[in-house]
Design a protein around this ligand. Structure first.
Ligand SMILES: Cc1ncc(COP(=O)(O)O)c(C=O)c1O
Length: 472
């Protein structure tokens, strides 16, 4: 019988590979012309798909055509220079190529032995980043600590929580975790997954700049100890999601040390600012942290997923997560001379993520990466000046970096109208939050291709919508 072969031939792969790269280049070149927020209705994308999977394989030409016809209309275009929502999800050409190579190699780096280069490049690039951001040296793999790439800041928070839980010498029902009212929802989710009950997660109040109040934390801890509970985990934020508040790490870290609490710092988006010496103040006090993470997949032009997670003492992390079934035993692991990253994360399998990060750092150099951080912060500060000089608007807080929180003084309804109308125009996209119970607009500037004219255009649209809405 003739041998059946359904694969793409190497020649076909080359042909469609080049076409796919062409598609990506065209998409990125023209993404500015597409609506930023997808304009489809619920069910529109699904309605264009056949009810059942194809019995016979289809041509790649047909598949690629459906990307344009079915998928693109249903995209919210995160790579548009007019994207100002959430925090950025940055990408770049070298990062895309790194992803492609990782996919092409298809290796699993769960053990050092299953692809030594996957582990060693990751360790090395994460050590580079310690110097690049001037992070505490004990996070280095050459010292007591070490860095690992997690899929997300949420996973980093969870992994730190589990390590903290394993260190704590108390019944889980007695363990109490602390964070601020402004912390990202991943802290609550992590606590849920790690078995910390909702009643044992404390949301500490914040000051006028929405940063955690150390006195309130101290009081809360004292009260819990008196009630026979055991404080075990404190999650602080460098750059909160709603308003970019920077928690006071020196005071919080001192409290954590005093009560022997694991101190985790989440620098998801804002940590990247520390590439520039003039913004390194955001990490003041980080030397007191047991663990830290920031996301190159937000503001460092590296495709999702890529969270750099560091620990002060890798032994504590490994003790918490290591399990050794027979089928994973190997000489390299037993020698103790290698890192097995499976012991630093939740899943067993892991992609070769450091390739894209390595490519980004090598392509841009520290200088190139600093350029974009400085540019975004300068654009945000300029936008804040426009807000301040318009009597109809006010800043909700002075923007520390590249996120401007502001509002129309006319109240929630008009601010909501601005967000809704701006987003449905497809010309620009931002989201709102609530600060002090008031609807607040968030202008988040971190998209690699955003220029002043895009920020100006967004501001003009906001002003036009405000003019039209002032009668509501
Ligand atoms: C401060 C902060 N922490 C955590 C996260 C969650 O990030 P990830 O999607 O990497 O889990 C975000 C997302 O915006 C964030 O702003």
């Amino acid at each position: 019988m003739e041998q059946q072969n359904y694969h793409m031939s190497p020649e076909e792969f080359r042909h469609w590979g080049y076409k796919t790269i062409d598609w990506i280049a065209d998409y990125l070149e023209n993404v500015e012309k597409l609506p930023v927020l997808s304009q489809v209705e619920p069910g529109d994308t699904k309605a264009k798909l056949p009810n059942t999977a194809p019995q016979q394989g289809e041509s790649f030409a047909a598949i690629l055509k459906d990307i344009d016809d079915i998928i693109v209309p249903g995209l919210t275009n995160w790579q548009s220079p007019n994207f100002f929502a959430f925090f950025p999800s940055g990408i770049s050409a070298p990062s895309i190529l790194g992803e492609l190579l990782s996919a092409g190699m298809g290796v699993q780096g769960m053990l050092w032995a299953t692809s030594p280069a996957c582990t060693e490049l990751e360790t090395h690039v994460l050590d580079w980043l310690i110097d690049m951001l001037e992070l505490p040296l004990h996070f280095k793999s050459t010292q007591t600590g070490g860095g690992v790439i997690q899929d997300s800041a949420s996973s980093a928070t969870l992994v730190a929580l589990v390590a903290a839980r394993e260190q704590a010498k108390a019944d889980i029902s007695k363990l109490v975790a602390y964070t601020s009212t402004q912390a990202h929802s991943s802290v609550e989710k992590g606590a849920k997954i790690a078995g910390i009950s909702k009643e044992n997660l404390r949301y500490i109040e914040v000051d006028a700049d929405y940063a955690m109040n150390p006195e309130a934390l101290q009081q809360c801890i004292e009260k819990d100890i008196q009630a026979g509970l055991t404080p075990f985990y404190l999650a602080a934020t460098v750059g909160t999601t709603s308003s970019n508040a920077i928690d006071p790490l020196p005071q919080l870290g001192a409290i954590a040390q005093k009560y022997n609490i694991w101190f985790h710092v989440d620098g998801a988006m804002s940590g990247t600012a520390a590439l520039c010496p003039e913004f390194r103040w955001i990490h003041q006090g980080l030397e007191l942290a047991d663990s830290y993470c920031f996301n190159p997949h937000k503001w460092m032009m590296t495709n999702f997923d890529c969270t750099c997670f560091y620990v002060r003492d890798r032994a504590k992390l490994i003790q918490s997560l290591s399990i050794m079934p027979e089928y994973l035993k190997n000489q390299a692991s037993e020698s103790g001379a290698v890192i097995d990253y499976r012991d630093w994360q939740i899943p067993l399998g892991r992609r070769f993520r450091s390739l894209k990060l390595w490519f980004v750092i090598r392509h841009y150099g520290i200088e190139g990466l600093q350029h974009y951080v400085r540019k975004h912060i300068a654009l945000a500060q300029e936008f804040a000046e426009w807000v301040k000089s318009d009597v109809r608007f006010e800043l909700a807080v002075n923007p520390p970096l590249n996120l401007v929180c502001f509002r129309h003084k006319g109240g929630d309804k008009i601010n909501q109208a601005i967000v809704n109308n701006l987003n449905s125009s497809g010309k620009s996209y931002l989201i709102s939050t609530k600060l002090d119970q008031k609807v607040t607009l968030r202008m988040s500037i971190g998209q690699a291709t955003t220029e002043k004219l895009h920020v100006q255009q967004a501001w003009e649209l906001i002003c036009q919508i405000a003019d039209a809405s002032e009668s509501i």
